[in-house]
Design a binder for this molecule. Structure first.
Ligand code: INI
Length: 155
């Protein structure tokens, strides 16, 4: 017999922050809608959600760090959209945002989840912002809800 330890998908009635980039806001607005809708569908309350806007995905980690360190939020959900252009600019943004978010979540112990779409075209981004491949904001929110429930069980 093993003991299963896992987090339920029930959103606690606790403060949660969403960090969203304004860059590609056609996409990122849909990711926020997906995130807030997921919180409500899983029993949470939108009045407990603070949505923090930053210029681009590169700025997401700094805001996420301040939010996680504030001690006010049970989770921080990061959403953005980095769409490949004609240069390698996107590669620098992607690697730094992913590494930044990983480092913040590990250093603070607060679930900080990665809802940043990284893709080649606007079409692919739309597919991942409520289109045929789902909604990355929903995915990152489900991960945050699960981790908010899991961590107290481990600690
Ligand atoms: N920011 C994004 O969120 N997505 C992008 O696709 C993007 N591109 O392609 O340039 C982008 N650039 C802005 C960047 O995140 C910073 O805001 C900017 O470099 C200032 O620090």
């Amino acid at each position: 017999m093993t003991n299963t330890i896992q987090g339920q998908l029930v959103c606690p009635n606790e403060p949660v922050a969403i960090v969203v980039s304004r860059f590609n806001d056609l996409i990122t607005g849909r990711l926020v809608d997906g995130a807030v809708g997921t919180i409500e569908r899983h029993g949470g309350n939108r009045e407990k959600v603070d949505v923090v806007h930053v210029p681009g995905s590169f700025e997401i980690p700094l805001a996420a760090k301040a939010l996680a360190e504030s001690g006010r939020y049970k989770a921080v959900i990061c959403v953005g959209a980095v769409i490949q252009g004609s240069t390698t600019h996107h590669e620098y943004i992607n690697s730094q945002v992913a590494a930044g978010i990983m480092s913040i979540t590990q250093n603070t112990g607060v679930p900080v989840t990665f809802g940043v779409i990284t893709c080649e075209s606007m079409e692919q981004a739309l597919d991942r912002a409520g289109g045929k491949v789902g909604n990355k904001g929903e995915e990152a929110t489900l991960a945050a809800i699960e981790m908010m429930n899991l961590l107290p069980r481990i600690r």
